[in-house]
Design a protein. Structure first.
Length: 279
């Protein structure tokens, strides 16, 4: 499926376009999949579902803060009511010559990295969320100053890139296969899933399937499966009183020790520590 071009209705001479998005749901990729030459910062204040960026599909929830570079296809899918704050702007929003000044080197680095899609977390996300609320409440020069403070905060902080490389569009059949694989994993993550059954689903041999996954996601099938399972485990740790052992079984892990090792490798903390911080 090709992304749709979205025309941003920015007022002439304006540096920044802000919109508050409230939707009852957005369940199909056809409704959501789009791109535009403007950069975008998107704060989700309510909802959860799947975030599609380039050829990477991952989960998102309330509080998610992401940034997308120019012409990077992206979209959010959810069956729930969704509220988001969207900030859109051009890389030269203060003027091309102005942005070439030495003082803006750090911002230009952020803009370049956003071509892979960025996700912000921890204290950066908390500070940025407060800053975005102030941006909404102001207008004119105070709003632009606050926006520059936001960009400086994001550029000066650590962030996670979504796509391993700068996204390059794939053929429709390839994207369709990637989505079909993710859909299958999301529906069956709680049980054993073999490479062969997913390869058969995509009408590929096991060898061709493994090459296909690595080429189009920059990950192995095992990595994707484990990351999906750990993502669901994080939700259970935050939102239920289930024991770690029960969550391990529910998420398709046959060994608690392997679950703990995998969780710590992906999340950098143990399941118990994660629950202590986020529950």
């Amino acid at each position: 499926m090709r992304p749709e071009y979205e025309k941003i209705p920015q007022a002439p001479g304006s540096s920044l376009f802000i919109k508050l998005v409230d939707r009852p749901k957005r369940p199909t990729l056809k409704e959501a999949w789009h791109y535009h030459p403007e950069l975008e910062i998107c704060l989700t204040t309510k909802s959860e579902g799947r975030r599609f960026v380039g050829n990477v599909i991952s989960e998102y929830g309330a509080g998610d803060l992401a940034m997308f570079g120019k012409n990077l296809p992206h979209g959010y899918l959810t069956d729930m009511p969704c509220s988001q704050v969207v900030l859109q702007f051009t890389p030269e929003f203060l003027g091309k010559d102005f942005m070439q000044k030495t003082e803006f080197t750090v911002l230009n680095g952020l803009f370049k990295d956003s071509g892979r899609g960025l996700v912000f977390s921890g204290s950066t996300r908390k500070k940025a969320t407060k800053k975005i609320k102030k941006i909404i409440e102001n207008e004119g020069l105070p709003q632009v100053i606050l926006f520059l403070e936001l960009l400086n905060l994001l550029a000066s902080s650590s962030y996670e890139t979504i796509c391993t490389h700068v996204y390059q569009d794939t053929k429709e059949v390839h994207f369709s296969r990637v989505k079909k694989m993710y859909d299958y994993i999301f529906a069956n993550y709680s049980r054993d899933i073999s490479v062969k059954e997913v390869a058969d689903l995509l009408y590929l041999t096991e060898t061709s399937f493994c090459r296909f996954v690595k080429r189009h996601t920059k990950k192995t099938f095992s990595q994707i499966l484990n990351e999906t399972r750990i993502g669901f485990a994080c939700q259970m740790l935050m939102n239920t009183n289930m024991t770690v052992s029960a969550i391990c079984d529910e998420c398709g892990f046959n060994s608690t020790s392997y679950f703990n090792r995998t969780f710590k490798r992906i999340m950098a903390v143990t399941p118990q520590a994660y629950r202590a911080v986020y529950a």
